[in-house]
Design a protein around this ligand. Structure first.
Ligand SMILES: NC(=O)c1ccc[n+]([C@@H]2O[C@H](COP(=O)([O-])OP(=O)(O)OC[C@H]3O[C@@H](n4cnc5c(N)ncnc54)[C@H](OP(=O)(O)O)[C@@H]3O)[C@@H](O)[C@H]2O)c1
Ligand SMILES: *[C@@H]1O[C@H](CO)[C@@H](O)[C@H](O)[C@H]1NC(C)=O
Ligand SMILES: *[C@@H]1O[C@H](CO)[C@@H](O)[C@H](O)[C@H]1NC(C)=O
Length: 272
């Protein structure tokens, strides 16, 4: 059995591999199926040769999608997708031409957010480090800024656009810095909200503020995972893999993930 898993933010929940057995009552999956799954976020359990996945968060993986590419999806692409939807992006060709900013666009979530935003026909401004600007552009960003320059740090769109939405994948930007960059009903989707961000967002809700900070915690679901696996199969979405480690180096993989300088996803590969 081959099983791959990536190292996301809590415990390792994102896996791809082969079904060895199914529980009673499970329909649509049988031993031998290649799959992508998201394990329980509290226990994780993905850094192992065998893992127990809930059938409701397990989807079949077509032959075109490698295990490592599929395992990149559940949390990172799921978060990117849900963040874009909460900005108003639609994936059926009916999106308005919104302007979005993706911060840390070279990261696990950011690279999926850039590609998904383009699939929804949005105008994408992105920030990342200088070394990743070409990559981020090649995956669809319309304008890219180096976050270590004053222009990049200002987060202002080089073409003068106001943002209808921000998929905010890093930390260290206050609401007061975002506020003037937003369109009238612009929203900042904060995927790592701290205590102040949660208070600010509550205040925005009770005051019916038009510009809003919105904390996002992924709500995992099978339909989204199926949609994302389908996009990988059709070649409309790519998983960028920063590096792969064997299970014996899982500690290094984890360290590399929390260091915060990966370009895309880090995978742990389990051979038996
Ligand atoms: N809410 C949720 O459900 C959810 C889901 C997934 C992740 N998260 C959280 O979201 C955050 C992002 O996760 P991730 O895995 O996407 O990040 P990541 O992969 O660790 O992001 C690393 C990348 O971001 C770049 N970067 C770092 N600081 C930056 C800045 N200030 N501006 C622009 N680019 C910057 C780095 O470039 P350099 O190497 O050039 O510095 C690197 O390429 C993490 O805190 C994670 O825990 C939340
Ligand atoms: C998936 O199944 C588990 C266990 O059967 C259940 O607790 C959970 O609520 C279900 N989740 C979804 C998204 O349906
Ligand atoms: C939360 O993050 C913002 C932006 O970096 C910062 O201004 C604020 O001081 C932080 N608040 C807490 C409670 O850490």
């Amino acid at each position: 059995m081959h099983l791959f898993s990536t190292a996301p933010f809590l415990a390792v929940t994102d896996v791809a591999g082969v079904v060895v057995d199914v529980g009673p009552g499970v329909k649509g999956l049988t031993a031998g199926d290649q799959v992508v799954a998201m394990l329980n976020s509290f226990n994780g359990g993905g850094l192992a040769e065998y893992a127990v996945a809930s059938a409701n968060l397990t989807v079949k993986r077509p032959a075109e999608v490698s295990a490592a590419e599929g395992a990149g999806l559940p949390i990172a692409a799921g978060t990117a997708l849900q963040a874009l939807r909460s900005i108003g992006a639609k994936f059926d060709g009916t999106s308005k031409p919104l302007n979005v900013l993706v911060t840390a666009a070279s990261g696990g979530v950011g690279l999926y957010a850039v590609q998904l935003a383009k699939l929804a026909n949005l105008h994408v401004t992105a920030t990342c480090g200088a070394r990743n600007m070409d990559l981020v552009k090649s995956l669809g960003a319309d304008e890219v800024m180096d976050y270590r320059t004053p222009e990049g740090a200002s987060l202002q769109s080089p073409s003068g656009r106001k943002y209808d939405g921000v998929v905010h994948c890093t930390i260290g930007v206050s609401w007061s810095s975002f506020q003037p960059l937003l369109s009238d009903a612009g929203r900042v989707i904060d995927i790592t909200p701290n205590f102040s961000a949660i208070l600010t967002s509550a205040l925005h809700r009770v005051t019916f503020s038009k510009k809003r900070l919105v904390p996002l915690l992924l709500s995992p679901n099978k339909a989204d995972l199926e949609f994302l696996v389908g996009l990988l199969k059709e070649g409309k979405l790519k998983t960028v893999i920063d590096s792969k480690f064997p299970l014996s180096d899982a500690g290094k993989a984890w360290q590399s993930s929390i260091d915060g300088h990966a370009t895309g996803k880090i995978a742990v590969e389990i051979e038996s």
